[in-house]
Write a protein of this length. Sequence first.
Length: 199
Amino acid sequence: MVKRLKRWPALAQACGFKVGQVISSSQLRRRRDKLGVWVYFITFCSLVFILIRRGVLVGRDWVIDSTIIDAFSGQDSQAGWSFTRRFGYKVHHLLCRDSLLPIMLLVSPANANDAPWAPRLMTLAHHVFALPVTVVRADAAYYTRAVLTFITTVLTMQRPKWFTIPVAPARKRLSRSIGLLIFAKTAANGAISNAFLLS
């Protein structure tokens, strides 16, 4: 951040610095640490509220997934090793499929399991934004009793119905255990995608 401010004087002036004067890296780090995580969370939620109010983010079709971000330093005590041997953090995110924008996100060490984070993400999004969700999509890592229970009890008041994904008939398997999960195996990469219909 400090390097960018030094490189672009117009950006530094827009941030309130005098010409030729920029905050040092250590001062910026100390101020950032004093702010805490809540400032960033509230700012993120405010941006999502603006997008919802303007109709950009609809929130009817949710996608849950995660991605790994490498740690800046190998000495980071809060980071972890993923199964792919990457050291860093895992960002669990809930996306609006229509706009491809994030609704909510949480951060964990890279070695954290995906499934326990899905109910937390959906709880935050449900209580903070109260979006009219009808479909929740996730991969096979989220196929747990806790996730399915949350989807059928908290996110919906109606009885779940079948939701079909257009795939080749030879590749389609239906799970009749709960009546709302469909596995669609793609021939290209063999990945399994799940779709949960809520209304």
